[in-house]
Design a protein around this ligand. Structure first.
Ligand code: PMV
Length: 344
């Protein structure tokens, strides 16, 4: 399993698959967060980030190039997408067509098993799967780095879901230098216990919230500066398989990110009373000698990092506090194209 986690993305077909391709990708949860862009159009972040790709909530996306069609059609979970979700996919296809020198429109059919827009990284799995399928359907033979750069243009965190296991997204300072790559983790094979406290769509998108935070929060710059130290220390901890230190850094980095939002003017607050109740439970678990560390994204849901052998105990405690569904995830694979026989 740990060896699996280190495997790179299996995404570049030797021959273009032609006009239709299907890809699967999984969400990732950042342990060092990406929060804030220096370039909105190219999706270049201010800081490096580091994540764990999960083995739950895959997205499956098929892109069928349709010569003669006048518009792109986007089907999201069986329903034609409209408004911003549709526009984001169409803009992404424009980018792929520009790269491929092609003009044909396409039908995109995507199934998300993660609740969309609830701070559970649906855009990461969504754009990683779309990037892999669209690149193959339009005949772009991209290597994993180029695919990560492409996925980044759809949603920053998608750059990391191209890879399985732990992935580091180098912020870079240009389109060419901003991409993710796998990070070795000395046999670490942790669990992530996800408390699904609220799976409704969030009121403020991460895109809008991070822009607002960068523009107005006096805590943004200090937090962004602290990410460099967090990353260096976490890489060292991953290298020696030290889950306690990885967890401590992940928790402080996430709380720091939420502090930047709380200090924004006006404040952005994703943390709910139930979030704080789970954070208290995590502290109690630690007092009882269980290595458990929390992280939260742009939503109230809490993900608790722990050893694989402690996952059921942690899940039980979290479930009893929150009375909400809890999912136990582990290290998952990178984005993968399906073969014509339907296998990945
Ligand atoms: O990729 P986006 O635009 O959905 O932003 C993701 C932001 C966080 O999930 C909060 C942090 C991260 O690094 O994934």
């Amino acid at each position: 399993m740990a060896a699996d986690c280190l495997r790179g993305a299996e995404t570049a077909p030797r021959e273009p698959l032609g006009g239709c391709a299907t890809a699967d990708a999984h969400p990732n949860i950042a342990l060092i967060k990406y929060w804030g862009k220096r370039d909105e159009q190219l999706v270049l972040p201010w800081t490096d980030s580091l994540s764990l790709t999960l083995d739950v909530f895959p997205t499956t996306t098929t892109v069928q190039v349709s010569p003669g069609a006048r518009t792109d059609v986007v089907i999201l979970n069986g329903v034609p997408a409209v408004g911003e979700p549709q526009q984001r996919v169409v803009s992404f296809l424009e980018l792929v067509r520009d790269m491929a020198g092609r003009e044909e429109r396409a039908v995109v059919n995507t199934r998300n098993t993660v609740p969309t827009g609830a701070g559970l990284a649906s855009s990461a799995s969504g754009f990683a799967a779309l990037a892999a399928a669209a690149a193959a359907a339009y005949g772009l033979g991209l290597d994993a780095t180029a695919l990560s750069r492409l996925a980044r243009r759809g949603s920053g965190s998608a750059a990391r879901s191209v890879f399985g296991g732990f992935a580091l997204w180098h912020a870079g300072d240009s389109d060419l230098t901003s991409y993710a790559e796998p990070v070795p983790a000395a046999g670490l094979d942790p669990a992530l216990v996800i408390a699904l406290l609220d799976t409704g769509s969030k009121a403020v998108t991460s895109r809008a919230a991070m822009r607002h935070t960068v523009e107005t929060s006096p805590l943004y710059r200090p937090w962004a500066d602290s990410c460099g130290t967090d990353l260096a220390e976490m890489r060292a901890a991953l290298g020696r398989g030290d889950l306690n230190t990885v967890g401590e850094i992940a928790e402080r980095n996430a709380l720091g990110m939420h502090a930047t939002m709380l200090a924004a003017r006006p404040a952005v607050r994703y943390l709910a009373p139930a979030t704080l109740a789970v954070l208290d439970a995590v502290l109690r678990l630690r007092r009882d000698g269980i290595a458990a560390y929390a992280t939260m994204d742009a939503g109230p849901n809490v993900k608790v990092l722990c050893h694989r052998q402690d996952a059921q105990r942690v899940a039980q405690v979290v479930r009893s506090i929150a009375s909400r569904p809890v999912v136990v995830a582990h290290c998952g694979p990178g984005a993968r194209l399906r073969t014509e026989a339907g296998r990945t």
